[in-house]
Design a protein around this ligand. Structure first.
Ligand code: AMP
Ligand code: MG
Length: 417
């Protein structure tokens, strides 16, 4: 057995960021920027009003209460180039450019309109710049806006759009082929004879890849047949950046994937027994012909998904250019005992994590813990990391990997801010 650290180090050093390419803004959320973005224009692009109200000269309000003549109006999208003179005001809506000569905004709510709106009564002096959004106070023209390596969020997309940038160079999104292997896996609908089962891994992995922002490609199911597996992997390598195969990597009689990988890897695909539970058997390496990284996951569905979390996802995130490749971790209190026995392995128990009213994260076992018990995985939102030893007693502290960004969101609770 090799340690999890060693196995992960081998995987992470065996992949590199994909080549960048230009993509339209609509496709870049979740990707990683591969160029410097400088601002072609300032944001805001012009001085404009932060409020609905009246553009005034602050000096004219110094002796407030005072009356000003309303000489015009400017709505968002319009521009008024005529200068404001002493004693004048212009009706202005949020986002409209500040007319020349004006230097402050009186909110609608703080003035009284008189004479059919031709005059306003300003009750109190306003200071220069009040409710004026200065050009460039968010982003200055020419400034470095985002650096290479930035993971682009929807807000980043909004900034780029505001700057009139239509496309940016980003690291390519890994295209990942997913293949299930096993003679027992049925393709046909309907009731199955004893011995045959449904394929859980491929749909689950495809769903997980999609959720994690990768491009998932369904490679289907193949039986435990060496030639068939070789054919599908070889074909998929032409169009995939990585390939994930589940099943057949153990030591059983029909574990052909192992043999196939020895053949296709030319010695570069390493088959491992990792000191973890679940997901002990694992294979990783580059295909000799194409250099495509290949991940061989155990067939047991929980093992396959845990293996994905510990090896595949971090590697794919690295290929996608991210430097944060792992799930967030947090310390939690075990509300019940998380039992295990010493066996030289790190255990990843499926747990349900919740933040209690004191802000403490609490975890409880989410269901059956055997590696075929996918239902327990479905109930889980975190994996508790149990180092080798006797486990964690009720009330003890345990580190958990959060599998779900919303894992610790308050549930059915009136949120007080
Ligand atoms: P293997 O890794 O091929 O030895 O399979 C280990 C266990 O996982 C066996 O019980 C298989 O039937 C089961 N298994 C393998 N692949 C899948 C799959 N795609 N979906 C559900 N169960 C699977
Ligand atoms: Mg099998």
């Amino acid at each position: 057995m090799i340690s999890l650290e060693e196995a992960r180090a081998g995987v992470l050093s065996g992949v590199e960021a994909l080549a960048p390419g230009r993509r339209p803004l609509a496709e870049v959320a979740g990707t990683v920027l591969a160029e410097e973005v400088r601002a072609p224009t300032a944001l805001p692009p012009f001085d404009n009003s932060a409020m609905d109200g009246f553009a005034v000269r602050a000096a004219d309000t110094r002796s407030a209460p005072t009356r000003l003549a309303v000489v015009g109006a400017v709505m968002a999208g319009q521009d008024r180039t005529e200068a404001l003179h002493e004693g004048e005001a212009v009706r202005i809506m949020t986002g409209a450019p500040i007319p020349p000569g004006a230097d402050a905004i009186c909110m609608l709510e703080v003035v009284d309109e008189e004479d059919d709106g031709t005059v306003i009564l300003v009750h109190d002096p306003v200071s220069e710049g009040l409710h004026v959004r200065r050009s460039g106070n968010d982003v200055a023209e020419g400034a470095l806006v985002f650096s290479p390596g930035t993971a682009l969020s929807p807000a980043h997309v909004g900034v780029l759009a505001s700057l009139g940038i239509d496309d940016v160079a980003v690291v390519a999104t890994p295209r990942v082929g997913v293949l299930s292997t096993g003679d027992e896996l049925a393709r046909e609908p309907g009731r199955l004879p004893r011995g045959r089962i449904r394929d859980a891994n491929r749909p689950a992995l495809l769903a997980q890849l999609g959720r994690d922002g990768f491009e998932a490609v369904d490679l289907g199911i193949v039986g435990d047949d060496e030639d068939e597996v070789v054919a599908v992997i070889t074909r998929a390598a032409e169009t995939s950046d990585a390939i994930v195969v589940s099943g057949g990597v153990s030591v059983g009689d029909r574990d052909v994937v192992r043999l196939v990988l020895e053949k296709l890897g030319g010695g570069a695909i390493r088959w491992m027994q990792v000191a973890i539970k679940p997901a002990k058997p694992f294979a990783f390496g580059a295909l000799a012909a194409s250099g495509t990284p290949l991940f061989g996951l155990p067939g047991n569905p929980v093992s396959a998904l845990v293996s994905y979390e510990l090896f595949v996802r971090p590697a794919l995130r690295r290929m996608a250019g991210h430097d944060a490749v792992d799930r967030p971790r947090t310390w939690a209190v075990a509300t019940e005992a998380l039992t295990r026995t010493p066996d030289g392995k790190v255990h990843f128990q499926r747990v349900r994590a919740e933040r209690d009213e004191h802000g403490e994260v609490r975890v409880e076992v989410s269901g059956g813990q055997e590696s075929h018990m996918l239902h327990g995985m479905a109930q889980a939102n975190a994996l508790a990391v149990l180092p080798d030893g006797p486990g964690i007693e009720a009330g003890g502290r345990v580190e958990v990997l959060l599998l779900d960004a919303d894992a610790l969101a308050p549930r059915n609770m009136v949120q007080r801010w």
